[in-house]
Design a protein. Structure first.
Length: 496
């Protein structure tokens, strides 16, 4: 039970830190959207290219750093230095490749400058993420959270001031780089003080060198690189094939998925140290199966209703971010891509289960299949269906990845019954929504509720519909046995 309490505490801390950042960044994003689809497209392209380079520079080492330190805390220094050497070297190499790309690809000068400035943050972020992995291994994620909050405040403050001063998108991009520097100034001293031991191995002690860690991380490097290309290449392809406006429309519609994916990602990150302990024991499949099944079920019960809420709230959400008429297609993009949220939530859990089993090499097959599918379908669908084709491609490639992850987890001996989670939880949500929607359409037609949208006539109508649906959903998941009394006991333990 101690492990589950750590998972709950760590998830809450990580969620708080990153959500503070995302909420503040959302207000900055609203001002970016005011520049129109072209400005949003330029910003989105710079962000997604930087995200790809950051994943490449990380070399897939995040979970490996955590796993190895969990198993051998005395090697904290040698693991940290080996990882940092790999990441800094790759970050510098990536920046060199980026310079060649932006000059050869035909980017206009403002976009070229934006991408090159934003990418300066890659080396800063990879260093910060190395510190994150060490803190997670030592169960000190509160310091990671603190650094994220500082970074968020710096980013928001500088962006707002520089936008008001007329610096435009360049001000926001420079604020992004400076905020990463601020995060490092907080997280490094806290990591050095509260983790360790930070001692050099003496003669005869086992230590990990950069080359050895690189060999261990190669499968994850290849899989995460192919995976991020699969997930983030859409915006870049739209930019290259259709221009800034198309990239901007897609960026606005896709942004909510990027933000909300933090929830399952953080849950999986917090879960991993406990799974790593089980994974070090080859006879622990029963424990891994039990924890994996609960993680999948609890996450689905929370994430699927959230995706449903986004679907029926898409129009007011997009209009709140920007009322520019050019962003109307972003509403349907949002309604399509948001279903990647429950799919990717399951992927995060399956991913950590495979790592705990030492099956990292399988990620290459999965990520290559997803990347080839994504790029291939985008080449076919974007010219014909524009941003809608890219949105559909995202769902198809994420679904393929999820099915392959699950196949290899089950093949490895982990039993994960899915009917109770997928059928029971999904059905309960759909029944709750359609029942409430039908009731309101019949009794209160003036509210304007439909099968695919919540009432927008007033906040009272909106919130009352959400509350009624949530209450019915809660009753149904208990009535059908998707959630039981013993689950409540466990949730109480998680709170403690």
């Amino acid at each position: 039970m101690k492990a589950t309490r750590f998972v709950a505490k760590n998830t809450a801390l990580l969620t708080f830190g990153l959500f503070v950042g995302r909420i503040l960044a959302l207000f900055v994003f609203r001002r970016i959207a005011d520049t129109g689809a072209e400005g949003t497209g330029m910003w989105g392209t710079a962000v997604d290219i930087t995200a790809i380079l950051t994943v490449v520079a990380n070399f897939g080492l995040g979970t490996l750093i955590t796993r190895e330190i969990v198993r051998r805390a005395e090697m904290t220094l040698s693991i940290f230095l080996a990882a940092l050497r790999i990441r800094v070297t790759l970050a510098l190499a990536c920046y060199g490749v980026l310079i060649a790309y932006v000059f050869l690809s035909g980017f206009d000068e403002p976009t070229r400058i934006a991408v090159m400035i934003m990418a300066l943050g890659v080396i800063l972020e990879t260093t910060g993420m190395t510190c994150d992995a060490v803190l997670q291994a030592h169960e000190k994620v509160q310091f990671q959270t603190g650094s994220q909050v500082v970074s968020a405040i710096v980013y928001f403050g500088l962006s707002w001031i520089w936008l008001d001063m007329g610096y435009g998108l360049m001000g926001v991009i420079w604020a992004n780089v400076i905020s990463r520097t601020a995060r490092l100034s907080v997280i490094i001293p806290l990591m050095l003080k509260h983790t360790g031991p930070w001692k050099k191995p003496v003669a005869g002690d086992y230590s990990i060198k950069a080359r050895q860690l690189a060999r261990m991380g190669l499968p994850l490097f290849l899989s995460t690189t192919f995976g991020i290309i699969s997930y983030k290449i859409d915006t870049v392809m739209l930019f290259e094939m259709l221009g800034k406006t198309a990239a901007g429309i897609y960026t606005l519609g896709h942004r909510a998925l990027d933000v909300l994916l933090i929830i399952p990602s953080l849950f999986a990150t917090a879960l991993f140290p406990s799974l790593a302990r089980y994974g070090s024991d080859t006879a622990a499949n029963a424990d891994i199966s039990r924890m994996g099944e609960r993680a999948l079920r609890y996450l689905h019960l929370a994430i699927f209703p959230l995706a449903m809420l986004c679907l029926v709230s898409a129009k007011p959400v997009i209009e709140w971010v920007s009322k520019e008429p050019g962003f109307e297609p972003s509403i349907l993009v949002f309604q399509v891509v948001i279903w990647g949220l429950p799919i990717q939530a399951a992927n995060h859990i399956y991913n950590r289960l495979l790592i705990s089993m030492g099956k990292e090499d399988l990620f290459i097959r999965i990520s290559v299949a997803a990347m080839v599918t994504n790029v291939g379908l985008n080449l076919i669908l974007i010219p014909k269906f524009q941003w809608f084709g890219a949105a559909a491609t995202t769902l198809i490639s994420l679904s393929l990845s999820m099915l392959m992850h699950r196949y290899y987890v089950v093949k490895g001996g982990i039993k994960l019954p899915w009917q109770r989670m997928a059928i029971g939880g999904t059905t309960a949500m759909l029944v709750a929504w359609f029942a409430v929607s039908l009731l309101i359409q019949k009794l209160l037609p003036q509210w304007g509720c439909s099968w695919v949208s919540l009432p927008t006539v007033s906040w009272f109508a909106y919130l009352a519909t959400v509350l009624l649906t949530g209450l019915l959903y809660s009753a149904l998941i208990f009535a059908t046995g998707v959630l039981r009394k013993k689950d409540l006991s466990l949730l109480k333990e998680l709170r403690g």
